[in-house]
Design a protein. Sequence first.
Length: 201
Amino acid sequence: MPQTHDAARHRHYLAAGILASLLAGVGKGLLVGMGLDGDVSTLVIMLPMVVALFALFREPFGASAISAVMLATGLLGGLLYYWTYYLGKPIHIDSPNGVWGAALYLANGAVIIPLFEEMVVRRLLFFGLSVHMKTWLAAIVVSVLFGLTHQGSVVFTFFFSILMCVLAARQVGTVNRALLHGGFNLALSGMWLWVGYYSDA
């Protein structure tokens, strides 16, 4: 994995990534503790954070062939993962509340969360850590932490994060990575909803 970090440009990335992670986790926890729906809490906390982070840490983006490839790859990957791991198994997720609940569930998974995670984990934390250690080691560290936040799919999520770190190190931009990430989530979550196995727990 090539060394791509610029110590001067990335000197504030690590602190910003840690702060954003803490604010998102604590903020959502407080809102859920107050009785707000989990998907609504995610939107309320993460949407303004995504807007602020992309305003503060700007990078050029223009839709291109790579954008289409990233989205198509994510959609295909999500479908393949569903067919490989979930096909024929009961699926237990929090039941979206009607059509609007399902739409919010998909919007969070396909847009808000991928943008947040690619900005915070694979840009701020990954490149921030790369100032202090080898790039490959930074990728492992952030991927271990990322995997541990996804109980039930720790191993897969670790390797998914490694892939995203490799793309980041190869100069694939945050939005393009989010297209792959979001396409994967959209296909997988869409299949969960379509199959219709829900849990009210």
